[in-house]
Design a protein around this ligand. Sequence first.
Ligand SMILES: Cc1cc2nc3c(=O)[nH]c(=O)nc-3n(C[C@H](O)[C@H](O)[C@H](O)COP(=O)(O)O)c2cc1C
Length: 400
Amino acid sequence: MTEFRWMTAGESHGPGLTVVVEGVPSGLEIDEAYIERQMARRQKGYGSGGRMKIEKDRAELRGGVRHGLTLGAPIAMWIENRDFANWTDAMSPNPVGDGVDKKTHTRIVPGHADFPGALKYLHHDVRNVLERASARETAARVAAASVARRMLEEFGITIHARAVSTGTERSPETDPAAVNWDEVEASEVRAADADSDRRFRAAIDAAKAARTTVGGIMQVVAFGAPVGLGSHVHWDRKLDARLAQAMMSINAVKGVEIGTGFANTTRPGREVQDVIVPDPSDPRRFRQVSNHAGGIEGGMSNGNPIVAHVAIKPIATMTSPLPSVDINTGEVIEAAYNRSDICQVARACPVAEAMMALVLAYAVLEKFGGDSMAEMKRNYAGYIASHDEFGGQGGRRQGG
Ligand SMILES: Cc1cc2nc3c(=O)[nH]c(=O)nc-3n(C[C@H](O)[C@H](O)[C@H](O)COP(=O)(O)O)c2cc1C
C-alpha cells in the first residue's frame, strides 16, 4: 500500500501558500497549466468579494515533477499571494518595529474561528487566528487535488460539483448522470439550468440588497469509481466516513449527506434500498436499479456514481455587521467587516470537488498503489479482471 498524504501551510495575507503532496507514483503526466485551470475554477463565482479580482492564482511546481512527469518524490507547490505587497509589515514573518501598522484585529466576528481560536492559542490579536482560518487555504487544497484529479483521470474517474440550492431557491431533482456539466461550468452560480441560474442570482442580489449573506447546498459527484474503494472492516476505512470528514473540513460547511441520506428517513425501507438485478447487457454482471446509497454500501464504493450533498452556511462577514465584543476590552462593538463574499456556494464547488478527489486518490492508492503509474495500472487491470472469475459485478461498471 502507498499512503497518499498532503499538507498545506500559509496565511491568507502572508507571502503565499505552500503545498506538499506525497505518495504519488512516478510517470503521471502533470504540468502547471493543468493545475492553473483547476485553480481558476475556484475563483469564478457570482457574489464573490474583491480579492478574486486582485489575485489570479498560480501554483508553481517546486519539486517532484520533471519535464511534465511525476518522479515518485514528494510534489511541492508554491502559490504566491499577490496581495502580500500591501501586507509586508502587517504579515512579516520577522519582527517589525513599534511604529508600523500591524493591522491588529480585536473585534471578533461571530461564526468565525476568531473567538475560540484567540482563547485557545492565547492570541490578543485575532488576526493570528483568522489569517489561517480563512478560506484562502482552500486554494492550496485545490492545487493539491489537481494532482489527485489528474491521477484519477488515468483510471477513468471524473468529478463534478454544482449548486443545487442557494438560499430558499432549489434546482429541480436531476439524476447526476443527466446533468449538463458544461452548462454548470459556464454558470457563475454553478447552476445546471437557466431557470436555476436566474433564481440563484436573484437570491444573491436580494441578500446583497439586505446587507446579509446567503448559503446553499452543493452536489458533488464522482463518476467511474470501481467497486471496492474503502472498506467495511474498520470505522476509519469507510469511504463514506472519509468523505464526510473531508467535506466537513471545508470552511463554512455544516452538513454532509451521502446519497439520499436525509430523505431516506421519511420513505419506507422497500423504497430506499437499491435493488440488484442482472445487467441486461451482460447477465453475468449485476446492476442496481437506483442509487439512493450514493454509490457507497458498507463503506465501499459499489460502482455507481458517488454522490454527496454538502450544506454551506451563509458567510459570517456582512456589510451590516452583527453586534459583537472586543476580545481584549470586552467593549460591545460591531463585528469587523473586511472585504467579503455575499455567497460562496459557487466558489466552494471546486473545493468540494478537490476534497472528493483527495479522498478518492487516497482510496485508489490504498487499493492499487504502486511506485509507478505502470505498476498501478497493472494492479488495477488485474483487480478488474478478477471480478470475471465469479461472474460478479464487473468493477468499472457505472450503475444508475
Ligand atoms: C470558498 C469559500 C469562500 C469563503 N469566503 C468567505 C468570505 O469572503 N468571508 C467570510 O466571512 N467567510 C468566508 N468563508 C467562510 C469562512 O472561511 C468560515 O465560515 C470560517 O472560517 C469559520 O469556519 P466555519 O464556518 O467552518 O466554522 C468562505 C468559505 C469558502 C468555502
